[in-house]
Design a protein around this ligand. Structure first.
Ligand code: GLU
Length: 290
């Protein structure tokens, strides 16, 4: 049996809050309990929103909480060639297509359609560029910025039916088309979350993906990409999310304190980590039941 490997994979777009700390503790403890490894991966592929100062802050917060990662810290910004290779494979199989649409063109098309399918993130991409002829595509690629979208209909029929396992939900029948034709490489960044996270979890030998329930549906897409790219399938655990007294998810705009704020306020890290481990959230926060 492979040793258990978990990871914490924050995007350095802000400081960690209690929800992140809870997620990191679950991943850390699962690894420690099994004598496995707890990896830290910095998901800094968004050039507009990632900040080096937040990376330093995240590492500081984890160490303050007693969560020492194993091995080297992996930075997605240093792994772009691996994502490009995965994308090239999907291009060679004709499973992705260039998309030239602007947000407003997509919104207009969706508004004009009587029955645009919707997914967890809103309306699906209406397929405008999927229908371009090979000649139109080639001509526009030479001069127009474009993203790359997965042709999810083709990809799902290529992969056939499959499932994945969640430690809370049990065996989950995959619904890979739930987001429609997702973007795998953005106009402004050479890769998207879905592709980078799937390639990295495989390359880092992650056996257990422990993350918040907000990413449950994304796993359908990740599982599809694993099938297309011949990658191993980890076990998943999507844990409950922290909510405030009004039932809202933790967010800076709702005044949720960061770990740095709690530290500056004199919190005891061992007591804070122990409370999170027992599911006792400080400050009027609680774990959502669904
Ligand atoms: N980077 C993602 C986030 O901060 C999490 C990715 C994952 O755990 O798969 O929301």
């Amino acid at each position: 049996m492979r040793a258990l490997v978990t990871r914490f994979a924050p995007s350095p777009t802000g400081r960690l809050h209690l929800g992140h700390a809870y997620s990191a503790i679950l991943a850390h403890d699962a690894a420690r309990d099994a004598g496995g490894q707890f990896l830290l991966r910095i998901e800094d592929i968004d050039p507009g929103r990632s900040r080096a100062a937040f990376v330093d802050g995240i590492i500081e917060d984890l160490l303050w909480l007693g969560l020492q990662p194993d091995g080297e810290i992996v930075y997605q910004s240093e792994r772009l060639p691996f994502y490009a290779a995965a994308l090239d494979r999907l291009k060679a199989e004709g499973l992705v297509y260039p998309c030239f649409c602007t947000r407003s063109a997509i919104a207009a098309e969706v508004a004009a359609s009587a029955s645009a399918p919707h997914g967890p993130d809103g309306p699906h991409y209406p397929g405008i560029c999927r229908r371009l002829s090979p000649d139109a595509r080639a001509a526009r690629m030479a001069v127009e910025p474009h993203s790359w979208r997965l042709d999810v209909g083709q990809a799902a029929s290529r992969a056939g039916p499959f499932s994945w396992h969640d430690e809370h939900a049990g065996e989950v029948a995959a619904d890979p088309a739930c987001f429609g034709d997702v973007v795998l490489a953005r106009k402004d960044a050479p890769v998207s979350y879905h592709l980078a996270v799937t390639v990295d979890d495989a390359d880092q030998g992650v056996t257990h993906v422990i993350r918040g329930r907000d990413l449950f549906a994304a796993t359908h897409v990740h599982r599809l990409l694993q099938a297309l790219l011949g990658l191993p399938v980890p076990l998943y655990r999507h844990h409950g999310l922290l909510i405030d007294a009004e039932g809202r998810r933790l967010a800076k705009r709702h005044g949720a304190p960061t770990i740095a704020d709690l530290r500056a306020g004199g919190a005891d890290p061992a007591a804070l980590a122990a409370a999170l481990r027992m599911g006792q959230m400080p400050g009027g926060y609680s774990l959502a039941s669904t």
